[in-house]
Write a new protein. Structure first.
Length: 427
């Protein structure tokens, strides 16, 4: 979660002291950290006996001046300083970092659901870069990229074994068109794509009506407008069923988090009372208790929440709040376990900032899920069709009533969740 702490001369768009921008970025859609041991500890600063070896800001300034004046090759001191600062943050935790102007703009764009890019969501599988989804009306979708495609190279650079951060940087560096070489199942040769970046509008929420008047909400990320979008989605689903919506499935799988206010707001839509989440840190304003207010959009209706290892931060807040207030049944697999709070602290004229871990958050029962995650009430593994059986399945005749492609891509977790909702409705 990111809280905005405001020093002197903070520009107007950084809200007052600790006003909640509160962004809960555990994954950043496709940026899950492998190390989940991020529990915050407090260490006493190192005390030098003589004081001679301590590096002060003045010492650092002297070092940079000497390098700038006497190093054999000309160097960019500002780049050296930025890299030095990044090394400092590596001594803390994976979620604390320095944000230059571009990083800061990207963070705000993601919180508002807009960014410049290609419109693909990717993940690493055994060092391979696999496309999870193409965003509607994006350059990726219009060019014909598909879910499951493996990206071999970007602008001629092999991406196998590269981190998601390195891949993102390669795309950002594309000044005009981005060249992708892609491997696709059942194609003997690789496919070449040339894409031009565009402004991407990221949908926070999608909805549909399932069988037996069961509603389905897929929350991709928690943005500033997510709570309002869910209210509109629920209203639409109610109209489709003549106000007879019988239950709801909220899908938080692979949702990396987002804006804390949004997570609190979404939880509050389905609660009448109780604690949603609390935060605890070393300074007073880091300690907050978020409470539900009266008003449940679906009073008495069963709610099931789908989670997996890709559900983090804000997703875990919603799952924990609805579970521990006995409002929803959590199904799927153990979530990621990102339970720390980051404060966004602007620097200088506000063009740069630091994102600093300042607190941990706790579920209504007072539990920290940091490095642990939310445990589902009902564990449902996502079954995968193996490659051996997938080929004949893809060739099934349509007369069976379910195309081979649909069967191969069947969502077993969602199917099981529907069965559980229907069972509860019929009781």
């Amino acid at each position: 979660m990111i809280k905005v702490a405001t020093p002197i001369q903070t520009p107007s768009y950084f809200l007052p002291l600790l006003v909640t921008l509160l962004v809960v970025f555990g994954l950043c859609s496709y940026n899950l950290q492998a190390n989940q041991n991020t529990e915050q500890t407090t260490k006493a600063p190192h005390q030098s006996k003589s004081g001679d070896s301590s590096i002060t800001p003045r010492t650092l300034n002297q070092i940079l001046r000497q390098i700038d004046s006497y190093y054999v090759d000309e160097v960019n001191v500002n780049v050296l300083l930025e890299n030095a600062i990044k090394e400092v943050f590596k001594q803390l935790d994976p979620h604390s970092t320095y944000l230059n102007e571009r990083d800061l703009n990207t963070l705000f764009e993601m919180a508002n659901g807009q960014y410049d890019g290609l419109g693909i969501e990717v993940e690493l599988r055994n060092d391979l870069l696999v496309i999870l989804e193409t965003i509607k009306n994006s350059p990726a979708e219009m060019a014909g990229l598909q879910k499951g495609d493996i990206i071999n190279s970007i602008n001629g650079i092999d991406v196998k074994g590269k981190t998601l951060e390195q891949v993102s940087e390669l795309i950002k560096q594309s000044k005009q068109k981005t060249q992708l070489v892609v491997k696709r199942d059942y194609y003997d040769k690789t496919l070449d794509f040339s894409l031009e970046k565009a402004k991407i509008e990221v949908e926070s929420v999608t909805h549909k009506l399932l069988h037996n008047d069961i509603g389905y909400l897929k929350i991709y990320t928690f943005q500033s407008n997510t709570t309002d979008d869910i209210v509109k989605s629920i209203d639409y689903l109610k109209k489709l069923t003549d106000n007879q919506l019988k239950g709801l499935i909220i899908d938080l799988r692979d949702n990396p988090g987002g804006v804390l206010d949004s997570a609190v707001g979404v939880s509050d839509l389905f609660l009448n009372k109780g604690t949603i989440v609390t935060t605890r840190g070393r300074f007073n304003d880091a300690n907050q208790n978020f409470l539900a207010t009266p008003g449940d959009l679906l009073p008495g209706k069963p709610i099931y929440v789908l989670i997996n290892k890709g559900s983090a931060s804000a997703s875990e807040i919603v799952a924990g709040a609805l579970k521990e207030n006995d409002r929803a049944t959590i199904v799927g697999m153990q979530s990621f376990g990102k339970g720390s709070v980051q404060s966004l602290i602007p620097l200088g004229n506000g063009n740069t900032a630091i994102k600093l871990t300042t607190a941990l958050y706790f579920t209504p029962d007072g539990l920290s899920i940091n490095g642990i995650g939310i445990t589902p009430d009902v564990e449902i593994p996502q079954q995968q069709v193996n490659e051996t059986s997938q080929s004949p399945i893809m060739g099934l005749d349509e007369r069976w009533g379910l195309s081979g492609k649909m069967l191969a891509n069947r969502d077993f977790q969602l199917d099981e969740a529907q069965k559980l909702v229907l069972k509860q409705i019929l009781q």
